[in-house]
Design a protein around this ligand. Structure first.
Ligand SMILES: [Zn+2]
Length: 328
């Protein structure tokens, strides 16, 4: 899966500008799916038809990533920008970002801040794209950029920007690849705009009207120095979500994931995430309510340009979803 993960994480796709990543995922799933469509808001939906009278199931991973958007270009050609999703100033300084056409921006801090030990405020940051004035600046108000950082593997640890949530996309693609037979009608949703509004998953789920929905996304961990206490660690198995700040997972979906993991001897962890949520929070509120849960890939340094996951959690995530989909 490493080549697939590399391709997914290195592709451009901030929320609202998912054209390039959608094309990459489409090329992967087109030969595997029975049906493929792009929803009105841009989410890609690949359907695998069931060969029995099973349930209608949505598996969702969001294909957008966090980024920045240009708000203003000054007379010397420096750009100011705002966040797309949960971007923190501390992770921006010195970072490179790339626009859809490949233009690179370097993020700097206003020089008037004398005390270098202070974390800058977001509005003290600017972007340098190498322009000399406003007229030759290649980027314009409203243009979106994503962080740049190559994929690297070190032992079983995989490090890249946009593991959130391209690693979920990789899990869905690999699950579809290995799923020869299922009694269920399974819809693999690669959703747009999770990082901003959860809108892609919400509208695609409405259109599909499923019996059950599972989001696959990343979660933070409690296994780094002085981290907030949390019972999730890298390499201890995918995490079955119990609760996050946007939802309580449906008990039957949570129990289904736990039961299948135990039956198959797949390691898993239980996740209570105190800050943050996923597409599952939106999916469970569609129509009269959809029993929804979330399978999380533990990830360190979420929403920085160097997010880290463990390869074994990714593989075990695929195996657990296959157990769910293969059984009645
Ligand atoms: Zn995120």
């Amino acid at each position: 899966m490493r080549q697939l993960i590399r391709k997914l994480v290195e592709t451009h796709g901030p929320s609202g500008a998912e054209e390039q990543i959608r094309a990459v995922i489409r090329a992967e799933v087109e030969p595997l799916a029975d049906e493929l469509r792009v929803d009105p808001l841009g989410s890609l939906v690949a359907r695998k038809k069931g060969n029995g009278d099973g349930q209608r199931i949505v598996l969702d991973a969001h294909m957008d990533e966090i980024g920045v958007m240009v708000t203003y270009v000054d007379e010397r050609g420096f750009a100011r920008f705002t966040r797309i999703g949960g971007v923190r100033a501390i992770t921006c300084v010195g970072a490179r970002v790339a626009f859809a056409d490949g233009t690179t921006g370097v993020i700097g801090v206003e020089g008037k801040q004398k005390d270098a030990s202070k974390i800058p405020q977001f509005d003290q940051l600017y972007m340098d794209v190498g322009a000399t004035d406003r007229d030759d600046c290649p980027v314009h108000v409203g243009d979106a950029a994503a962080f740049v950082r190559p994929f690297t593997a070190q032992g079983t640890r995989l490090i890249a920007k946009a593991m959130d949530d391209r690693i979920g996309c990789a899990v869905l693609i690999e699950t579809l690849r290995q799923l020869e037979r299922t009694p269920h009608d399974v819809y693999f949703v690669f959703a747009v705009q999770e990082e901003t509004t959860l809108s892609g998953a919400r509208t695609s789920t409405y259109g599909i009207d499923p019996d059950l929905a599972i989001a696959v996304d990343v979660t933070t961990t409690g296994d780094t120095p002085e981290s907030r206490p949390m019972a999730v660690e890298l390499g201890k198995g995918p995490a079955v979500k119990v609760q996050d700040s946007g939802m309580i997972a449906h008990p039957k979906v949570r129990d289904l994931l736990v039961e299948k993991a135990e039956e198959a001897g797949i390691p898993y962890q239980l996740e209570v995430l105190e800050r943050g949520t996923t597409d599952a929070a939106a999916m469970q509120l569609v129509r009269a309510g959809v029993p929804s849960g979330c399978l999380s890939i533990p990830c360190r340094y979420v929403h920085t340009p160097s997010e880290m996951v463990d390869e074994s959690d990714v593989g075990n995530g695929v195996q657990l979803l296959l157990e769910v989909l293969r059984s009645a």
